[in-house]
Design a protein around this ligand. Sequence first.
Ligand code: GLU
Length: 512
Amino acid sequence: MTVRVRIAPSPTGNLHIGTARTAVFNWLFARNQGGQFILRIEDTDLERSRPEYTENILDGLTWLGFNWDEGPFFQTKRFDLYRQAIQTLLDKGLAYRCYSSEVDLEEMRSAQKARKEAPRYDNRHRNLTPEQEAAFSSEGRRPVIRFKIDDDREISWNDMVRGKVTWKGSDLGGDMVIARASETEAFAQPLYNLAVVIDDIDMKITHVIRGEDHIANTAKQILLYEALGAGIPEFAHTPLILDKEGRKLSKRRGVTSIFDFKKLGYMAEALVNYMTLLGWSPPDSTKEIFSLQQAAEQFSFDRVNKAGAKFDWDKLNWLNSQYLHNMPVSQLCDLLIPYWQEAGHEFDPVNDRAWLEQITALIGPSLVRLPVSDRYLSDTEWVEQIEALKNADPTGPSAVPSPDAIVMSRYLFTSSVEFTEEGKAQLQQPAAKTVLEAILKAVDSHQPLTEAGTQEIIKQVTKEQNLKKGLVMRSLRAALTGDVHGPDLIQSWLLLHHRGLDRVRLQQAIEN
Ligand code: GLU
């Protein structure tokens, strides 16, 4: 048997972390088993589905590094198949037309509530005579199609994550609507549970891997498989992703859309690595950094947790920093160049390449995330999201990640420097100006300036002035970078020197 799995997102919103994580488990299992990974867009909800969401989902899955073997298939292109199945169910007497109006259903629910019963459809139109149907029809009522659910049935399956799961037919809410009528057609609009089963049968899906919020649907769907005389696939219900309070992750309370993670400066490889760890642990739990391919080699459902997986920003930040730190300088430089360009810095990406790579090497080891792009920060919706996130989760990512590559390297690009309070105070120290004058003079006699030359200048000035080396270094750093903390001073100096900015800065600090 060839394993065939599918990811079946509904294009009613942008690609969500929950769907992406379901894609991760499906993809890992398919690749582990040498099987196929199929992409199906479940766009039967005509009112809420939008092409831009489909585009976002496809782009997001591609960005994360997923390749699919078949698809994307669109359910809206497959309505004939669903209609045939509905006809079969009607012909077999397993489904029927129900004419209950919204008002009828509302009354039924209120009465159930008054009796303290769970809301359910009471199957009242299960056995209508042709005359009764005709009478409802002549009142202008449009029927829905309901599939009969036997209250006495017990439905169970061996879940690959949760073990044996059992549902009572009586807990499924009564006969289930599988299609709605349109103006002209009795079952124009097939609904999710039906479409999903027909597709999974037609696409020969062997394993249905999805979030545990679908467990009740699985019970209903098993009844449909049986009614249609089809074999039942294996099921794996993966744990939900929870926020740190243990609530289901919600887009109203934080970042959940995949491209928002990208906007926040997370790398696809790190995010996908993190999602793999949300609910699964590798056999060697000390090795947490791996590619999708490496995870696939070791993946099995035995190591998927039943309990919900708490989303941990610190862990994601750590993983992202590992990817950034382990990346070759030239590759990281390629990633940073667009951000520097966007920040309005002047440089020539080709001729200044060596200099840009040195800047990258200087700041790279402290990076946690790529910068948040200004382009995104100017997007109102995004700013609101970030605000909501900050209010909801003080430990979540801030709007400007720290340390941010743009902030960290700004002093290397701009002609004048911005001083921090500490930087200003350092330059007010009694000996600071004399130190800087001596350094400026020494720079002229150390041409071309090398790393050894800078060391020598610092040593020489320290000795001549009879000062502590720390004071010389701090004054130099304040003059060159505007601050008393920051990346390696000697490297910063050499990088500024490359553009003649060290003299300018020293001069400015002396004159002020
Ligand atoms: N379209 C469903 C969703 O987005 C997925 C259904 C399934 O995997 O069966 O939640």
